[in-house]
Write a protein that binds this ligand. Structure first.
Ligand code: 1GP
Length: 260
C-alpha cells in the first residue's frame, strides 16, 4: 500500500491532469479549445468565454509561430480573469511557457527528425517549468497527414494517412516511455482531419488517453473521431470564426454522443 502511494507521488499527477481524467471518465470524451496567441487581434478572451459557455472543458494556448513569453503572459492573465476552466500551455517552443498557466502539455514530437523537438527544447524548458512550479502533463505528439505549419516547423517525418500502423507504433512507444496522453495531430487548418481508420488503429494499440486534433470543424467529424476511440477532441480554427458558442456547442454535444 505504502509503495503504491509512493508510486502515485512519483507519477506527479497534478490538479489539471486529475480534472481531465475525471472528466473523460465521467463523460467518455471531452472537447478542448485551442487559442493561438498570435491571433491577438481576434479578441481571444471573448471567444474563450463563448467556448466555455458552450461546454468546452479546457483552453489550450499555443502555436507554432509568433509566440513570446510576454505575449503569452498577457493573453493568459486576461483569460484567467474571465474563464474558470483550466488554461493549459501547448508550446511550440521554449517561448511557449508562461508562469500564469494552470498546466503545460510537456510534449515531445515523437516523429520529429530533429532532437530539438524530441528532447532538447524540453531540456531547456524543464528548469523554467520547475522554477515556475507549473504542472507538467507528459504527452507524446505525433504529426500525421499534411501536418501543416506544425509539421514544417517541427521537422516532422509526417506519417501519411495510408499508414495508420506507423502512427500506432509511435503512439505505443510514447505510452511505453510513460506518456499518459498521445496526441494525433493533422495540423491546424488541415483539409482532412485524422481519418477514422488511423484513430481506430492507434486506439487498438494503446491504452492511454488519445487526443485528436487538426482540421475538425463539424459536429459530425468530431462524433466519428470519438466513435473511433479519441478521448479528447481539440479544435482551434472554429473558435476563430463566426458563431463560436453555437458551433462549439454542437461539437461538444457530438463528442458526448460519439461515446460508445
Ligand atoms: C492544432 O489540432 C489543433 O494544433 C487544432 O487544429 O485549428 O484545425 O482546429 P484546427
Amino acid at each position: 500500500m505504502k509503495q503504491g502511494v509512493e508510486l502515485l507521488k512519483t507519477l506527479r499527477i497534478g490538479r489539471v491532469e486529475k480534472y481531465l481524467i475525471e472528466n473523460i471518465e465521467e463523460k467518455g470524451a471531452i472537447h478542448i479549445t485551442l487559442l493561438d496567441p498570435d491571433k491577438d487581434n481576434l479578441n481571444l478572451v471573448n471567444r474563450a468565454v463563448e467556448a466555455e459557455k458552450a461546454g468546452t472543458s479546457a483552453i489550450m494556448v499555443g502555436g507554432s509561430i509568433g509566440v513570446s513569453e510576454s505575449i503569452l503572459d498577457d493573453v493568459i492573465i486576461s483569460l484567467k480573469e474571465k474563464v474558470e476552466i483550466p488554461i493549459i500551455l501547448f508550446p511550440g517552443n521554449i517561448s511557449g511557457v508562461s508562469r500564469h498557466a494552470d498546466a503545460i502539455w510537456f510534449m515531445s514530437l515523437l516523429n520529429s527528425a530533429t532532437t530539438y523537438y524530441l528532447v532538447d527544447a524540453q531540456a531547456q524548458g524543464s528548469l523554467i517549468i520547475k522554477k515556475y512550479g507549473i504542472e507538467a502533463i507528459p504527452m507524446g505528439y505525433i504529426i500525421v497527414g499534411e501536418g501543416e505549419a506544425a509539421g514544417f516547423i517541427g521537422q516532422a517525418r509526417i506519417i501519411p494517412y495510408t499508414h495508420p500502423e506507423l502512427a500506432a507504433i509511435y503512439a505505443l512507444a510514447g505510452e511505453l516511455l510513460g506518456m499518459r496522453f498521445i496526441y494525433l495531430e493533422a495540423g491546424s487548418g488541415a483539409k482532412q482531419p485524422v481519418p477514422e481508420s488511423m484513430v481506430r488503429t492507434v486506439r487498438r494499440t494503446i491504452s492511454t488517453y488519445l487526443i485528436v486534433g487538426g482540421g475538425i470543424k463539424t459536429a459530425e467529424q468530431a462524433k466519428r473521431i470519438v466513435r473511433s476511440g479519441a478521448n479528447i477532441i481539440v479544435t482551434g480554427t472554429v473558435v476563430e470564426e463566426e458563431n463560436v458558442e453555437r458551433r462549439i456547442g454542437e461539437i461538444v454535444r457530438a463528442v458526448e454522443e460519439g461515446v460508445n
